[in-house]
Design a protein around this ligand. Structure first.
Ligand SMILES: [Cu+2]
Length: 69
């Protein structure tokens, strides 16, 4: 199965932020692709399983940003 979920992350201001969020989310088990739109804060994560909001929240927090939706 393939699941794509779009989250909203606040606090990202540049490509370095995008790279940090992408790196942390990519480390979650089963994640295949992470697409970040810097302007809107939309982060789409594609994975081979359903991700828990808690683990996504933890990864975004670890990167230094806020999961707001
Ligand atoms: Cu930045």
């Amino acid at each position: 199965m393939t699941v794509s979920t779009t989250y909203t992350v606040s606090g990202m201001t540049c490509e370095h932020c995008v790279a940090s969020v992408t790196e942390e989310l990519s480390e979650l088990a089963g994640v295949q692709q992470v697409d970040v739109q810097l302007a809107s804060g939309a982060v789409t994560v594609t994975s081979d399983r359903e991700l828990g909001t808690d683990e996504v929240h933890a990864a975004v927090t670890e990167a230094g940003y806020q999961l707001v939706g």
